[in-house]
Unconditional design. Structure first.
Lengths: 203, 474
């Protein structure tokens, strides 16, 4: 997994609540086992017209947001499916961070596992950042995971909190498997006890 | 395990405690996974596993089934026309052969949608911790299991270690008291709940459904209820196991047998939430207030009674919500304040892990019997599993459907999400027994309305959304 330490980039405003995984990456595009290549289908039902041409009204089809690395949205971002293709599509497009008042649980989990940082900030702060984002190419914001702050274009710092373990893994580009393997004896012990108390699960 | 004199615990807390392998100082808990269900979209996890030079730790805990990518007009893998989709099904078969886990393959008599076959086979049992790379894994909570969806990276972690790191979620009890009215099903109950608490109303929580109306539901109704916990934002949904649960499980292939059955039932009875246990949030719903329900928008929370009207965005005070509603109205082709029964239907889809069980098909067939699918409507019935299909055929339900003009198909996820290519055409309005009415989910430009199987059958034969009570004298 690619580490996330500090990012300074263009932020795209998406003033919508309940942005679901079918919006992020429609199911008809989930036909590859690779994690790459999904970026071209990100928000496909909004980015493209029925004839396949670009929808000029959609934010990611506008300059400078074609190169957005941060997405700012409203509450319950990523609701719906557990498909990990949602963070894969964001990442493949170039978006490394999503800022919203809150996230659907599974999407929130999946994002951390893929080097996409979901930052929870109050709705009024998200609205403020969206206004900043409308400044176009000057709307570069910094997301600093090490210091746990978002820095607005005017220099104001907004603190956020990330679970310490997740922060550590993301800062270092690590996954859980290696550290869990160190607990193999505890897992063995659990299984032995369970086998004794619920043998029917092992039949 | 906590001492006997510990504080009263909820059912969720008991199951959580029983599966705790260890806890880190920061509150992250390593949980043991009893059942790992996988489907034909799981190859990326096996690919990640291979790249790390690892093998599944406990193949006997893995149960696979092709459902997402399979066509519902054939059972031949070789006949799947799209090579990319065929590859998904074939790799699941290959992974099963390589690693030795149980596969309910395309021609297996147990094949079906993963969340239908789990309970049906007796794989789902009270007190188990179950995961699957599908958000509707919450379905299995209907039997008193703690079950939730995970992503592919977490699937890899479970394959490698049979465990998962989780932070303990909050708890929520939704109590539905009283008697359900005529024509009101579990689907209407959960749509009403979501409309009441919102699509993020249970975010960060595990829901326990309680109350006389819930206890009165059949096992299949409870499965429908728990299935859509995720649409309320919940991490999982659960119902206390009781005599209904035990009667449902008895004799199923993977259920305990003989003396072990008695031991298991004794253990399962102890799962019930203790008197005095505290929930982080409590919601109470009056069963009598629930009507047959239908969605009008692009979120399951956008729901009204079948004899009601769609709202008027201009009456919405919040500007952001008003703009979102206007956008939805444009997409869905709605007029403010119009009766939902005026909405004409192009397609009907009866099936899915929400409503593809035998009881669902019986309810739909009761409406379809002796009637005809309306002119210009295409109607499909897709059983949730091969056993459901066989049972329906044994009961003659297939003939009722086909004589009425419905298409009777093979088991799979099908039009619920269309990963297998079975989608509607742009602009078509679909009456669906599925779980999500998200924009474009059933195809670009498709307008989806969620409802119960009986309501969907009523829409099929009348050609428009119809309050099922008009057809049953309710």
């Amino acid at each position: 997994m690619q580490a996330f330490t500090k990012l300074t980039g263009i932020a795209a405003p998406l003033p919508k609540a309940n942005v679901d995984t079918d919006q992020i990456i429609p199911a008809r595009f989930l036909k590859s086992i690779s994690r790459s290549g999904f970026g071209k289908h990100l928000f496909a039902n909004f980015r493209f017209m029925e004839d396949g041409s670009e929808n000029p009204d959609f934010v990611l089809n506008q300059e400078p947001y074609r190169k957005a690395e941060v997405l700012i949205a409203f509450e319950n971002f990523g609701c719906g499916s557990s498909r990990e293709h949602a963070p894969w599509a964001l990442l493949d497009f170039g978006i490394r961070c999503v800022i919203a008042p809150d996230f659907a649980d599974i999407f929130h989990n999946n994002s951390f596992k893929n080097g996409v940082l979901p930052v929870r900030l109050p709705k009024e702060v998200c609205a403020q950042l969206m206004e900043d984002a409308k400044m176009g190419p000057n709307a570069r914001i910094t997301v600093d995971l090490e210091r746990e702050v978002v820095v607005r274009p005017n220099g104001e710092e907004i603190p956020f909190k990330i679970d310490p373990l997740r922060r550590h893994l993301l800062l270092n580009g690590l996954d859980d498997i290696g550290q869990t393997m160190q607990h193999a004896p505890a897992i063995d012990s659990f299984e032995a006890k369970q086998k004794a108390s619920q043998p029917w699960l092992y039949a | 395990m906590p001492p006997e004199d510990a504080a009263p615990r909820t059912m969720f807390e008991k199951i959580w405690d029983r599966h705790r392998v260890l806890e880190r100082p920061d509150g992250q808990v390593l949980l043991y996974v009893d059942r790992h269900l996988i489907h034909d979209g799981s190859e990326p996890a096996f690919d990640m596993l291979r790249r790390r030079g690892l093998k599944p730790r406990a193949p006997d805990r893995i149960f696979g089934v092709p459902d997402h990518y399979v066509p519902t007009d054939t059972r031949e893998t070789a006949a799947i026309p799209d090579p990319a989709r065929r590859f998904m099904v074939e790799t699941l078969e290959r992974n099963s052969a390589e690693h030795g886990f149980q596969l309910f393959g395309l021609k297996d008599e147990g094949q079906g949608i993963v969340h239908v076959i789990g309970p049906e086979q007796g794989l789902t049992q009270p007190g188990l911790l179950m995961v699957c790379p599908d958000s509707h894994t919450s379905t299995h909570g209907a039997l008193g299991a703690l079950a939730f969806g995970i992503g592919m990276t977490e699937v890899t972690h479970v394959l490698a270690t049979q465990t998962l790191w989780q932070r303990k979620p909050a708890t929520m009890r939704i109590t539905v008291e009283g008697d359900l009215g005529a024509g009101v099903t579990a689907k209407d109950v959960i749509l009403h709940i979501i409309a009441t608490i919102g699509a993020a109303g249970a975010a960060g929580h595990v829901i326990e459904y309680a109350g006389s109306a819930i206890r009165g539901l059949s096992m299949e109704g409870r499965l429908t209820l728990c299935n859509m916990s995720i649409e309320a934002g919940g991490r999982a949904g659960m119902v206390t196991p009781d005599e209904t649960t035990f009667a449902y499980l008895a004799g199923r292939p993977y259920a305990p047998k003989g003396a072990e059955w008695d031991r298991a039932v004794e253990r399962w009875r102890a799962l019930a939430t203790d008197a005095g246990a505290r929930f982080d949030r409590e919601v109470t719903i009056d069963a009598a207030a629930i009507a047959p329900t239908v969605t009008w928008g692009n979120s399951p929370q956008d729901a009204v009674a079948a004899d009601g009207q769609v709202p008027d965005p201009t009456q919405e005070e919040d500007a952001e919500r008003r703009a979102a509603m206007q956008d939805t109205f444009a997409y869905m082709g709605l007029t403010p304040g119009m009766p939902v029964e005026e909405l004409r239907i192009d397609r009907v889809f009866i099936g899915s892990c929400t409503n593809g069980r035998i009881e669902d098909l019986r309810a739909a067939a009761a409406i379809a019997r002796g009637r005809r699918v309306a002119e210009g409507v295409t109607a499909w019935v897709v059983p949730g599993s091969a056993p459901v299909k066989r049972q329906a055929e044994a009961e003659g339900l297939d003939r009722i459907f086909t004589e009425a003009g419905f298409d009777w198909r093979e088991a799979g996820c099908s039009m619920c999400l269309g990963t297998n290519g079975e989608i509607a055409a742009p602009g078509e309005r679909v009456a669906a027994t599925t779980n999500r009415n998200f924009r474009g989910r059933q195809g670009p430009g498709v307008r989806t309305h969620l409802m119960s199987p009986a309501m969907a059958a009523a829409a099929a034969v009348t050609g428009h959304i119809t309050d099922v009570r008009r057809m049953t004298g309710g």
